[in-house]
Design a protein around this ligand. Structure first.
Ligand SMILES: Cc1cc2nc3c(=O)[nH]c(=O)nc-3n(C[C@H](O)[C@H](O)[C@H](O)COP(=O)(O)O)c2cc1C
Length: 440
């Protein structure tokens, strides 16, 4: 090579800074953003963000499960004009994913929900606001004209839930997400070890020391308004008392019937992990379910949501919309879920890493990454729109080889008694899938 050619290859300029934040410049994946986030957060906030319930089996299973699914592309096809738009809960959105409700996001960045809402607005995607948000439903609604969903934890004192629902309605929220996965609060052991006591963050010596090691976070945390929970009562109310009333273990199906009577918009049941729960949601007149294990943060030893999604989608058909979350970190993950029957995906940590890394710019960067990866995955698969992401594109490791089973199905019509079986990703029998995966 001539020196001039080598010089041409050398890049001395700083890489472009997406959305103005240089620390994001080299972040090409959500995991890259997560690394930046981990460096910026003190131990307590990191523990709150990253960990799962009890033994963390579900947390790890959520990610590991994606390794069992492979694509069966339909290329070659002209995919130059791929369309990632879809309709969710009656609203047309440009991307098939939404940002999950999250309690206390100001632990990750002082702008909290305001930063996330602005990023959601720019992408035109829905954002779910938690009952335990640090910003009021009214203030969030002022930031965005893209769809807003309110996530409701039902209080022991139901009149408080009614008040929260009325406030969300008045502020223009379009859908209500109601949880069935939080009858009581789970134990997240690393949070306890870190000294974090939510919802009343305290400042033990350990936390102060961690703050000193993360001065940017500590400065912003200490110089912005005190963390509060404006959707569960006045700021001076003792939030720990409210919490114990909220997660008192009394929520049952009757409450969903009552919510149906006081909310006339779409109701989405969050935290469904079984076919039985999804069928009940249909029977109780609900509009959608989110197949969710709360990102592995509540009941441990639940299956990965991607593994139970197909049987749940099959069981309810088009009687309710099926959304999914827990463990989604890439556009490829999202494409897999859509192909297995989800209408849309919610992403939790995959936007929180961005929030922690660089506030609003960070969330926008994460949304950009997911959108770019999804588009690329669709194009490489030969899927020109969301409807073309279907079951035929997916093979689950351990299930029958799809091409072989198609051939042997033909054989079996010729010779009665031959079996072209094996559980597939769409097997409605989880035990059968389990058995067949075990043979992989
Ligand atoms: C830090 C944190 C706080 C959360 N707070 C809430 C909450 O207040 N309400 C709720 O319904 N879900 C909450 N979730 C669960 C998310 O809505 C979502 O189900 C989960 O994050 C999806 O998994 P993922 O993080 O792997 O994407 C929280 C999740 C995280 C990571």
């Amino acid at each position: 090579m001539r020196p001039s050619e080598i010089l041409h290859l050398l890049r001395v300029a700083r890489p472009p800074a997406p959305h103005g934040a240089y620390r994001l410049a080299r972040c090409a994946t959500i995991e890259d953003v997560a690394r930046v986030a981990r460096r910026r957060l003190p131990l307590g906030a990191r523990a709150y963000l990253e960990n799962g319930g009890e033994g963390q089996h579900t947390l790890h299973r959520n990610r590991a499960a994606f390794g069992s699914y492979t694509f069966r592309p339909r290329q070659p096809r002209d995919v130059s004009g791929v369309d990632t738009g879809t309709t969710v809960l009656g609203q047309r959105i440009p991307l098939p994913f939404a940002l999950s409700p999250v309690g206390a996001p100001r632990m990750f960045h002082h702008d909290g929900e305001l930063a996330v809402a602005r990023a959601a607005r720019d992408a035109g995607i829905p954002y779910g606001i938690s009952t335990l948000a640090n910003t009021s439903v009214e203030d969030v609604a002022e930031q965005t004209d893209s769809p807003l969903w309110f996530q409701l934890y039902i209080w022991g004192d139901r009149s408080k839930s009614k008040e929260a629902v009325a406030r969300a309605k008045a502020a223009g929220y379009q859908a209500l997400l109601v949880n069935i996965d939080t009858s009581v609060r789970s134990e997240r052991i690393p949070e306890k070890h870190s000294g974090l006591v939510l919802p009343s963050p305290q400042l033990p010596l350990k936390t102060l020391f961690e703050g000193a090691l993360h001065p940017a976070w500590a400065w912003n945390f200490l110089t912005s308004p005190t963390v509060s929970f404006p959707n569960i009562g006045p700021p001076d109310q003792r939030s720990l008392e409210v919490m114990s009333d909220m997660f008192d273990g009394t929520v049952c199906w009757d409450d969903l019937d009552w919510i149906r009577r006081i909310w006339d918009g779409p109701i989405v049941l969050k935290g469904v992990t079984t076919v039985e729960q999804a069928r009940e949601a249909v029977d109780h007149g609900l509009d959608a379910v989110i197949v969710s294990n709360h990102g592995g943060r509540q009941l441990d030893r639940l299956p990965a949501t991607i593994d139970v999604l197909p049987e749940i989608a099959d069981a309810v058909g088009d009687r309710v919309e099926v959304l999914v979350d827990s463990g989604f970190r890439s556009g490829g993950d999202i494409a897999t879920a859509l192909a297995l029957g989800a209408k849309a995906v919610l992403v939790g940590r995959a936007h929180l890493y961005g929030l922690a890394a660089a506030g609003e710019a960070g969330v926008r960067h994460c949304v950009d990454i997911l959108a770019r990866e999804l588009r690329m995955t669709m194009q490489l698969n030969g899927a020109r729109n969301i409807a073309e992401l279907d079951r035929g594109l997916i093979h689950r490791r351990g299930s029958a080889d799809p091409a072989a089973s198609a051939a042997s199905a033909l054989d079996s019509t010729a010779s009665a008694g031959s079996t072209a079986s094996g559980a597939s990703a769409d097997s409605p029998d989880p035990a059968a899938s389990e058995r067949s995966s075990a043979h992989a």
